[in-house]
Design a protein around this ligand. Structure first.
Ligand SMILES: Cc1cc2nc3c(=O)[nH]c(=O)nc-3n(C[C@H](O)[C@H](O)[C@H](O)COP(=O)(O)O)c2cc1C
Length: 171
């Protein structure tokens, strides 16, 4: 990548929520934490989620042709970590996690504060990620909890420390 020293600092100023994108292709259930999410159409209601091809969840979403965006609340940081810092290739993320099936068949996590259940209508390659555009087929608020806001250092504290020590050594 082109060296742009201020890029991460500025990206950190782009506020976003925290979601767990889930899918079930009929044989395999997948789920990974995502923050690269956007609304992209009023009518029909559509949202886009950006998932890297190397994620286990990527091909499950591709095969299932659906995804459910589970909105994570501020009391469920640990859930966001467990779906975001490990892969389903190595662990069963659904152990001890209660869920139901959304209209598309994707898992709706009972601890989510809301969800958007989507059918994939378009897929694009965007640099090193795939953009899955989904038409919302069902949506519900499940609890009064406020949505969790993303802060990079909450998940990757060692990168923060590294950046701080680099800055100190420059001074
Ligand atoms: C807070 C947070 C946000 C993330 N956002 C994204 C994202 O938007 N897109 C993506 O491809 N990966 C994202 N990831 C990385 C995946 O969640 C992570 O690689 C996960 O282990 C993939 O699981 P899987 O291999 O079971 O699909 C994020 C991770 C964290 C902790």
């Amino acid at each position: 990548m082109t060296e742009q020293p201020n890029l991460n600092e500025v990206f950190d100023m782009m506020v976003s929520g925290v979601y767990i994108a889930t899918a079930d292709d009929g044989e395999i259930k997948a789920g990974c934490t995502v923050v690269w999410v956007s609304r992209c159409s009023f009518d029909p209601p559509m949202v886009a989620v950006f998932i890297a091809p190397e994620r286990f969840s990527h091909d499950v979403v591709k095969r299932a042709k659906h995804f459910c965006l589970n909105v994570i609340g501020e009391n469920h940081f640990e859930l966001a970590k467990s779906f975001g810092l490990a892969s389903s290739r190595d662990t069963d993320k659904y152990t001890g996690v209660s869920f139901e099936k959304a209209k598309t068949g994707a898992p709706v996590l009972n601890d989510a504060c809301a969800y958007l259940d989507c059918e994939v209508v378009e897929t694009y390659t965007t640099g090193d990620h795939t953009c899955f555009v989904g038409r919302v087929v069902a949506a519900e608020r499940l609890s009064p909890e406020k949505p969790l806001k993303y802060r990079h250092s909450d998940y990757y504290p060692e990168e923060e420390q590294e950046a701080e020590s680099k800055a100190e050594s420059r001074n």
